[in-house]
Design a protein around this ligand. Structure first.
Ligand SMILES: Nc1ncnc2c1ncn2[C@@H]1O[C@H](COP(=O)(O)OP(=O)(O)OP(=O)(O)O)[C@@H](O)[C@H]1O
Length: 592
């Protein structure tokens, strides 16, 4: 049973055991609430017997009082343990689930994130986790616990007096059949509402991310009309879902109320014909409401329990994703990066790299150049095992990167990407990310070498200034210099630079180039650069065009050979002579 619960609700073994414990304690709590009715019956029967025999109706009052006090203590204890089982252990499992999910996301390859919508992932991590937390503390144990306690109490009621018992319990299986029969419909409408809500969240997130471009393109009206439509669809789907649930649940609840009526009817008939005593009749009336109360609660939450399954599936889909694994320690022979007949595609049948072979030697700068979309960034990312190749191998000092655990592998890489990621933290901490544990002096030295000093000194609190989300308070060039400082601080044997100096002005670029020359000494440097100034200083150029190596060699040799590279150099020289010219309100490119 534990295994089945684990599978059904994506729980750990401990989580499943806690769920069973919580359900058992809920069952006990429900049953314990019936005990006062039993005691009341006992007291009433004794009083009636005493009165009819002319005895003292108050006899045994102290005994009953002591029994009642003991029962209160038992009920309190059962509810105390139920509370602990429901909330404390369920929240433990929930915390573990979140940590497990975060660990999993950390270990997943980038290909996974490329295929998943970010807002969908965020909602799985945030809202699905919260909903499951609520489900396992408020709904699921109650569902199972109430199901068992209802069967037990119903059996007792039927055994004690089957006629009154039947009058109370007949509605329960009928209500259960209504709910079970409506499960499919509730599932269908619940899923539609969830998908519509996701589409609305996606739309809102996209709006927030792209509001600048939408305004710039003057598309606010048409974009908002589309978003309005998505929100209207969500509203419609949610209302329909609620309506279906409402109809099913209210029908089942109304039926339960009918049970009280049949109990009264049967009870009055039996009492009038002298077949049951008044206290028994009254106790069945009390028992009826006690049985129906927890059932009512379960019915209210039934739709939510049905809806939980979709979220469990989404959670499980993430948990079952294959992760990139590998050894935690490796001993490469130097740090040459070698691509050997590498084949790679992001999506099936859409090859990006085909039969790519080249070596970036340690102590040299290897420049990847070529037309846009040729596969330069992809090759650099494969070198750091952001993705795994589909064919061939990528090795570092002779060790296949796919055999090394990604985090261990990345310890040997300093990477500067085109799209710099900064955190809402101080400049100091943003740079320290390059090497945790670096002293303030080391951070400042790296920042100086990356030409950050000049703009940091202008910030209100210098290195302690908190920069906005993703460095929004800094210019593109400043963000990139922080990223270079990080790489300098890391001082790793392999350096990957993707258009590292693209956002810098000429003056800063020269300074940063100097800093980078210090960084790259004795290292394996793979640089992606469109600017020929950067490329001509490289030891080796690999021209990637349409995913294949078109040419390879020293830059001067390639210029001489008159191939693709020579053509690129010529084009860049020509483009340096072009300028924009405004003419009668029109701006056009003309050759000067
Ligand atoms: N995450 C991704 N998912 C799917 N396709 C991608 C992804 N990243 C890149 N591509 C595709 O792979 C091809 C190579 O892209 P890549 O970024 O490696 O080229 P590049 O030579 O670095 O281009 P650029 O010089 O413009 O940066 C392109 O067709 C691109 O559309």
């Amino acid at each position: 049973m534990i295994k089945r619960l684990q599978q059904r609700y994506a729980l750990t073994e401990k989580g499943a055991k806690d769920l069973v414990r919580a359900a058992l304690l809920t069952m006990l709590a429900n049953i314990s609430l019936m005990i006062p009715a039993g005691l009341l019956l006992l007291v009433l029967m004794n009083i009636i017997t005493a009165l009819s025999a002319g005895g003292d109706p108050a006899a045994g009052v102290w005994g009953y009082t002591a029994l009642a006090a003991a029962l209160v203590a038992v009920i309190y204890l059962v509810h105390y343990f139920q509370y602990k089982a429901l909330f404390i252990s369920v929240y433990d499992e929930s915390a573990n689930r979140r940590v497990r999910l975060a660990e999993k996301l950390r270990a997943l390859p980038l290909s996974f994130f490329g295929k998943r919508d970010l807002s969908d992932l965020t909602s799985t991590i945030m809202s699905d986790c919260s909903l499951l937390e609520q489900g396992f503390s408020h709904w699921v144990p109650q569902l199972y616990g109430t199901a068992v306690s209802t069967v037990i109490i119903s059996a007792c009621l039927l055994i004690f007096d089957w006629r009154l018992g039947l009058a109370v319990v007949w509605v329960i299986p009928v209500a259960a059949v209504i709910v079970a029969a409506s499960k499919k419909v509730q599932d269908r409408y619940g899923t539609r509402a969830l998908l519509a809500r996701r589409a609305a969240t996606d739309g809102l997130q996209e709006l927030l991310e792209t509001v600048k471009d939408i305004k710039a393109c003057n598309q606010k009206g048409s974009y908002l009309a589309g978003l309005d439509e998505t929100l209207a669809q969500e509203e419609k789907a949610t209302v329909r879902g609620e309506l279906v649930t409402g109809v099913c649940v209210t029908s089942a609840q109304a039926l339960l109320k009918l049970g009280i009526a049949t109990t009264v009817l049967v009870g009055v008939l039996l009492f009038a014909s002298g077949q049951v005593a008044l206290p028994v009749f009254l106790i069945y009336l009390i028992a009826a409401s006690r049985v129906y109360d927890p059932l009512n609660n379960v019915l209210i939450n039934m739709a939510a329990v049905f809806g939980m399954q979709i979220r469990v599936e989404r959670m499980r889909a993430i948990e079952e994703q294959p992760v990139q694994t590998g050894t935690d320690s490796y001993s490469p022979d130097g740090y040459d990066i070698a691509f050997d007949h590498v084949r790679f595609a992001y999506n099936e049948n859409e090859g990006v790299l085909e039969d790519v072979s080249f070596t970036a030697k340690q102590g040299e700068v290897t420049a990847l150049v070529g037309p846009s979309g040729g596969g330069k960034s992809t090759a650099a990312k494969l070198a750091a095992r952001f993705w795994d190749v589909d064919g061939g191998t990528v090795t570092i000092g002779g060790v296949d990167v796919s055999s090394v655990e990604p985090e261990t592998l990345l310890e040997n890489y300093a990477i500067v990407f085109q799209d710099v990621v900064l955190f809402r933290d101080t400049v100091m901490e943003n740079i320290r990310l390059g090497r945790r544990g670096a002293t303030d002096e080391e951070v400042i030295a790296a920042a100086r070498a990356a030409q950050c000093e000049e703009f940091v000194s202008r910030l209100p609190q210098g290195y302690q200034t908190v920069i906005g989300e993703n460095g929004s308070t800094l210019s593109g060039g400043e963000r990139q210099r922080i990223s270079i400082a990080r790489a300098l601080l890391k001082d790793a044997p392999i350096v990957l630079l993707d258009e590292a100096t693209a956002s810098l002005d000429v003056e800063n670029e020269t300074a940063v180039q100097e800093a980078l020359s210090g960084l790259v000494q004795e290292k394996t440097v793979l640089v992606i650069a469109h600017r020929m100034r950067t490329v001509m200083g490289a030891d080796k150029v690999v021209v990637l065009s349409e995913g294949r190596v078109a040419e390879m060699g020293r830059p001067e040799e390639l210029v001489q050979s008159g191939g693709v590279f020579a053509r690129m150099v010529k084009l860049q020289q020509e483009s340096a002579d072009w300028k924009l010219k405004g003419e009668a309100g029109k701006t056009a490119a003309h050759k000067a």
